[in-house]
Design a protein around this ligand. Structure first.
Ligand SMILES: Cc1cc2nc3c(=O)[nH]c(=O)nc-3n(C[C@H](O)[C@H](O)[C@H](O)COP(=O)(O)OP(=O)(O)OC[C@H]3O[C@@H](n4cnc5c(N)ncnc54)[C@H](O)[C@@H]3O)c2cc1C
Length: 277
């Protein structure tokens, strides 16, 4: 491990440090330092973001919440409007690691790490978050992440912030199934948001984590749900569609067939939990 470590104090200084592919940005370091230790990445230079004040902010407008690059999971959990306005994001972040990991790890780090098991990602896909890049471009999260640990970022770019549009949902649900209850990476995660009209679904968004190279939205299920009542027959149909849509792999945490079965069964939570419009 032979690398230099720099800690710029402004974004102008930061840009000057981003000069080759072996330079790595570090926010909380909870992913990066693990990858360095196991030899998965071999940096020549690490650029810490922690001393740049313009990256540490949470702003709100009428339409969106904007979370700066160095905002930690704990900062967000302590930001009181989050639970009220974005309960699914609050719940997802609350399941990340341990208090120590949440004190250091950032929302942006979780996104750039681009794991299909990244817990905040599931909520951010459902909320249709957008990623603000250092050159001012703003990209939908689904277009920003291109595969496991892969994003569209070039070595000269960094993420400034995440924009999360505000919208009111009548029902939200998030569940992370892991091998144990605490400090666990999900075997499958699921979330949905529902707007109701009378006793039927007006709009539904559904996403799964850990069942494909990236978090996935199930657009066919979302389309099918429009105008339907949440009944056992409705969930039977969704369950079949989920089974076709998810494309998990075998890994050390679970087999592909177990993940497929789990994904198609987990939507029955709608019935078990008495979820209704
Ligand atoms: C014990 C343990 C438990 C964990 N449990 C969970 C869990 O339950 N759920 C979960 O989702 N994750 C979990 N993680 C993973 C990790 O904590 C999160 O992904 C965290 O949010 C990463 O944030 P960070 O600030 O530490 O990222 P860092 O490690 O600093 O960075 C992660 C990646 O993003 C890049 N990066 C960081 N900031 C920027 C930026 N502004 N612009 C461009 N690139 C950037 C880095 O170069 C690196 O490639 C766990 C990790 C550990 C060690």
């Amino acid at each position: 491990m032979d690398y230099t470590f720099v800690s710029p104090k402004t974004e102008e200084e930061l840009v000057k440090e981003l000069n080759d592919e072996n330079t790595y940005l570090m926010s909380g370091g909870t992913d990066l330092l693990v990858k360095i230790r196991i030899g998965k990445v071999k940096p020549k230079k690490i650029v810490s973001l922690s001393k740049i004040p313009t990256l540490h902010f949470i702003n709100e407008t009428d339409d969106e919440l904007i979370v700066g690059a160095t905002v930690t999971h704990t900062d967000l959990l302590e930001y009181s409007p989050l639970k009220e306005e974005f309960p699914i994001l609050f719940d997802a972040i609350y399941t990340i690691g341990s208090p120590q990991i949440r004190n250091r790890g950032t929302l942006v780090g979780n996104v750039v790490n681009a794991s299909p098991a990244g817990d905040s990602l599931l909520a951010l896909y459902l909320l249709e978050a957008e990623i603000e890049l250092s050159d001012g471009k703003v990209v939908k999260i689904e277009n920003f992440i291109t595969g496991p640990s892969k994003t569209i970022l070039s070595s000269r770019q960094y993420v400034r912030a995440i924009h999360i549009p505000k919208s009111k949902w009548d029902i939200y649900y998030f569940e992370k199934v892991g091998q144990r209850n605490a400090m666990t990476i999900s075997v499958v995660s699921v979330g949905w948001l529902i707007k109701c009209k009378g006793d039927s679904v007006k709009e539904m968004r559904m996403a799964f984590g850990s069942v494909a190279p990236t978090v996935i939205r199930l657009r066919d299920v979302e389309e099918f749900a429009k105008g339907k009542k949440i009944t056992k027959e409705f969930v039977d149909e969704i369950s079949k569609m989920v089974k076709d849509d998810v494309k998990p792999i075998d890994d050390v945490r679970a087999s592909a067939s177990y993940r497929k079965r789990l994904s198609s069964n987990i939507v029955y939570r709608m019935i078990e939990e008495g979820i209704k419009c």
